[in-house]
Each structure stands twice: as structure tokens, then as C-alpha cells.
Design a protein around this ligand. Structure first.
Ligand code: NCD
Length: 308
């Protein structure tokens, strides 16, 4: 799982079905080993994979770059080949966008992309899509996003999604964007921080695909926040740019006054200044819920790759 581009509807539906139906209660990964290899900091991705594995009786080994033979000059290739020898599945996060593809060429076990530079973060996008699906279902907004069992709504109700923040560098946004455009009736708009416009591949996709002729990129002075069902916020990726300023858009009580009563505010976390903690108790904020869904969706993914 390196990117969301190759994921089929049936894969996504089956995955979400197994989360919904609690199918994983009897999954036993007793003899299986997950290797977590994070070459970049992580809290939720690494620990939720770990937690998911333990919940299914599986085992985890954690590669620690600073205490590894990389410090003795060992190559990336030899490191990855070694990790693949010791485990049944590999989760890799790397600041260099190309390393995940390179790693895939060295091993024969499943590899999950836990975030590659400013590229993609496919498992976060699945968690986010699942969270959006649950919310729309709870609000009884009949929607065409995902069909679970007999629960398939075919309507023309549009779901409007606004991405706010560092659109240029946020891999969580990139993957969610590529996942959402697989579905009909989704409206996507962007409200980027200053100098954080969507990357060219996303712009060309929108122009060539189905968002043609629509104004897609807004500024804080010309946006109507009241039309969105989902507002997805990310932090400024300071580690990927030379910017060290604070974001020019803050989601605070003032911002929330302009947002629909039944909308949701999402964030993959970690957050910095872009979401004021004063709004955490607003029922529209679902970022902690997203985090909770992380373990559930990752359990389903691990079970898919490791049960046989
Ligand atoms: C994101 C990431 O690492 O890409 N976090 C996550 O995995 N939940 C978001 C970020 O770092 O801004």
C-alpha cells in the first residue's frame, strides 16, 4: 500500500465493512510480526499500527534509526532487506518521497506507506474517508461515498469538502484528495495558507478531470465557510519548507461561527497554531474521533494483509 491510486471500490468497501461489522474480533495474528520503520517522527501512525497489531495478538518490532547500523554507514537497501527478513509486514515512513518505492523493490513482503515526504499518506486517507462516511451516515445525509452491505445511497446530494492549510506539502491531504475524486458528487475546494497552494499534479487533475470550470482555490477574504460539510485542516509543514512563520488562517471560535451547524472539522494531527484548543469541545470537531478510528481501520488493513 504505497498510494491510494490503485485502491478499488471493492477493496475500500470490504475494508470498511470489516470495521463496521466488528469482523476482526476473532482475528488472530499470533505468529505475525509487524516491523515499524520510521525515519521521521511519528506518534499516531506508528503507535496505532502497534496497538492494532497487539489487539489481534500480533507482535511488533520497532526499528530505531539512531541506534541502528545506519549510524555505521549501512545502506538503505541493506537496512530494508534486513527488516523484511525479520518481519511479515513493513510500515515505512521516510522524509524522502522516493524511498518507499525504492524499498518496495528490495522486498517480497507487504509494505505500507506510513508517509513519504510531501507525497502520500494512504492509510491516513482511508481513516479520514471512513470518518467522513460515518459522519454522513449519522447525520443521515444520504450520500454516495461508500456502500456498506445494503446501505448504498444513490442520490445527487453533493458533499462539499474544504481543505485548509499547507495544501502544497500535506501528504494527508494529497492522499485524501486522490481518494475522494474516485467518488461522484464530491465538491472539493481549497483554502491554502499563504504560499501553500495545491501542487501542480492536483491542479492538473482537477482541471482535466471533473472539477473543470469551478473556482477551487479561495482566500480567507472571499470564502463562504457556511457551505461546507467537511472542513479538513492541516498544519504548516515547517520541516519541509524554510518557512517559520505562523499560519495566516486560524480555526477558532470566530471561524466556527461561520461554519454550518452540522459540519465537521477534521485534522490528521499533530496540530500547531492552526486550530485553537478553545474549540476542542465543539461537537463539530472530530479530530480525536479520527485518531480513534485510526486503530480500527489499521486493524482491518493488517488483518487483510496478514490473515491466511
Ligand atoms: C500527518 C503526517 O505525518 O503526515 N500526521 C499523521 O500521520 N497523523 C500530518 C502531519 O504531520 O502534519
Amino acid at each position: 500500500m504505497l498510494s491510494v491510486s490503485n485502491l478499488s471500490y471493492s477493496f475500500i468497501n470490504n475494508l470498511f465493512n470489516s470495521v463496521e461489522n466488528n469482523d476482526l474480533q476473532n482475528t488472530n495474528l499470533q505468529k505475525k510480526i509487524l516491523v515499524n520503520a520510521f525515519f521521521e517522527p511519528s506518534t499516531r501512525t506508528s503507535l496505532s499500527f502497534e496497538s492494532a497489531m497487539y489487539k489481534m495478538n500480533g507482535n511488533v518490532i520497532t526499528f530505531q534509526q539512531d541506534y541502528s547500523s545506519i549510524k555505521k554507514g549501512e545502506s538503505f537497501k541493506d537496512t530494508i532487506k534486513t527488516l523484511a527478513t525479520y518481519g511479515d509486514i513493513l510500515v515505512i515512513r521516510h522524509p524522502d518521497i522516493s524511498k518507499i518505492k525504492e524499498a518496495e523493490s528490495y522486498v517480497n513482503i507487504p509494505i505500507i506507506n506510513g508517509g513519504n515526504g510531501n507525497g502520500e499518506h494512504p492509510t491516513q486517507a482511508l481513516i479520514d474517508l471512513y470518518t467522513i462516511h460515518k459522519y454522513l451516515k449519522e447525520k443521515k445525509i444520504h450520500h454516495p461515498i461508500v456502500h456498506l452491505n445494503n446501505d448504498y445511497y444513490q442520490t445527487t446530494t453533493k458533499v462539499s469538502i474544504l481543505f485548509v492549510g499547507d495544501i502544497m506539502n500535506s501528504r494527508a491531504i494529497h492522499s485524501l484528495f486522490y481518494l475522494l475524486i474516485k467518488y461522484k458528487y464530491i465538491h472539493i475546494h481549497f483554502l491554502p495558507f499563504c504560499d501553500c497552494d495545491p501542487p501542480m499534479d492536483i491542479i492538473s487533475k482537477m482541471i482535466s478531470y471533473k472539477f473543470y470550470n469551478e473556482t477551487m482555490i479561495f482566500s480567507k477574504d472571499n470564502i463562504d465557510l457556511s457551505i461546507y460539510d467537511v472542513i479538513y485542516v492541516t498544519r504548516l509543514q515547517k520541516e519541509r519548507t524554510n518557512k517559520n512563520n505562523n499560519p495566516d488562517i486560524i480555526v477558532d471560535k470566530e471561524f466556527m461561527k461561520k461554519v454550518k451547524q452540522d459540519a465537521i472539522i477534521m485534522h490528521p494531527l499533530p496540530r500547531n497554531e492552526e486550530i485553537d484548543p478553545e474549540i476542542d469541545d465543539d461537537p463539530r470537531c472530530v479530530y480525536y474521533k479520527q485518531m480513534e478510528n485510526g486503530v480500527k481501520v489499521r486493524k482491518a488493513l493488517l488483518s487483510h494483509f496478514l490473515s491466511n
